[in-house]
Ligand binder design. Structure first.
Ligand code: PSU
Ligand code: MN
Length: 309
């Protein structure tokens, strides 16, 4: 039974009832992660890629106070362009619902709503994590705590080096979250395949990833899984090149005294500005790739679930 507070599209509800593959997609990446109109074009295209690979896309957001699982073109346009859309992590969900507002959900909030709807696979670009300097700011994304409590596999291209990648991996280890790198031995750094950190765990392809999800949840683990899929080599920006840009963006953040919920959106926007849009092209390329991979994982996982006695 679906949670009564959620509104699902008929298509998503039917797919879930039939046990056919569904892929959740987040909305902070649309409203606060990319500029208009590339954001709405990306959101629409990614839904198409999920469909082409055999799954039903369910973009998740809160609209007029209602948590929505599956959106239409008008909803995506609103999320992409309306300045009244706030960034909603888990702690913000109760308020945006009570106030009847519009909210773009982060990885953490999207995971929570996806799990309530019964969706097990979620595709995004990059995860939140432990920010650089967290030893003094305490800035650690709620994405990590949500991964420790909510059984959804999150497909990303790793984490940007706006974060402290090493500390993010340490935190995930402490929280008991399996971190799988798809087809590689190194954890990827979003724009580049290389981060300098080895893969905590390796998995090769959608069937093995689906079996790992199934093994985790059949054991009664209640956590999510990180599935890091490295950006294709043809699309990557070399680490040395993007790191200089990220250092500049971090310096600008510090100078402006921006923190809290505004830190990540500021850094994402500043990186696009500093690269004259080149980072945006790369970001869109890796989200496309993740959409394909996520759909394939959802197809494999649905087949496993159907085969279970
Ligand atoms: N990292 C990215 N792109 C993004 C985000 C993070 O490379 O779009 C977004 C995601 O929605 C993520 C959120 O859940 O930022 C994390 O925000 P915070 O650091 O405030 O928890
Ligand atoms: Mn934060």
């Amino acid at each position: 039974m679906t949670h009564p507070a959620l509104r699902l599209t008929d298509e998503v509800a039917e797919a879930l009832a039939a046990g056919t593959p569904v892929v959740a997609l987040e909305s902070t990446i649309i409203s606060h992660g990319m500029p208009y109109p590339q954001n709405v074009a990306m959101a629409t295209e990614v839904e198409g890629i999920v469909r082409e690979h055999g799954a039903v896309p369910a973009t998740i957001a809160v609209l007029g106070g209602v948590p929505r699982i599956g959106l239409n073109g008008g909803d995506l346009e609103l999320l992409a362009s309306d300045p009244a859309v706030v960034k909603v992590s888990v702690r913000d969900l109760p308020s945006v619902i009570a106030r009847g507002g519009h909210g773009a959900t982060t990885v953490a909030a999207t995971m929570r709503l996806a799990a309530l709807a019964g969706i097990r696979v979620f595709v995004t670009g990059g995860l939140g994590g432990v920010h650089r300097g967290a030893a003094t700011t305490f800035d650690i994304s709620a994405d990590l705590t949500e991964l420790s409590t909510t059984p959804v596999a999150v497909v990303s291209a790793g984490v940007k080096s706006i974060l402290d990648i090493g500390l993010t991996l340490e935190r995930l280890e402490t929280l008991g979250v399996p971190v799988l790198v798809d087809g590689a031995d190194e954890f990827p750094a979003f724009y580049s395949r290389s981060s300098g950190f080895s893969a905590p765990l390796r998995a090769d392809g959608p069937d093995e990833i689906a079996r790992t999800m199934d093994a985790a949840w059949s054991l009664g683990l209640t956590c999510g899984l990180v599935v890091a899929h490295p950006i294709p080599a043809a699309d990557e920006i070399p680490a040395a090149e993007i790191d200089a840009v990220i250092e500049q963006a971090l310096a600008d953040l510090g100078e402006r005294g921006i923190g809290g919920r505004d830190a990540t959106p500021y850094l994402l926007g500043r990186i696009v500005e500093l690269t004259d849009g080149a980072s945006l092209t790369t970001n869109i390329a890796l989200v496309r790739e993740n959409a394909r991979v996520g759909a394939e994982i959802a197809v494999s996982y649905a087949a496993l679930s159907r085969a279970r006695p």
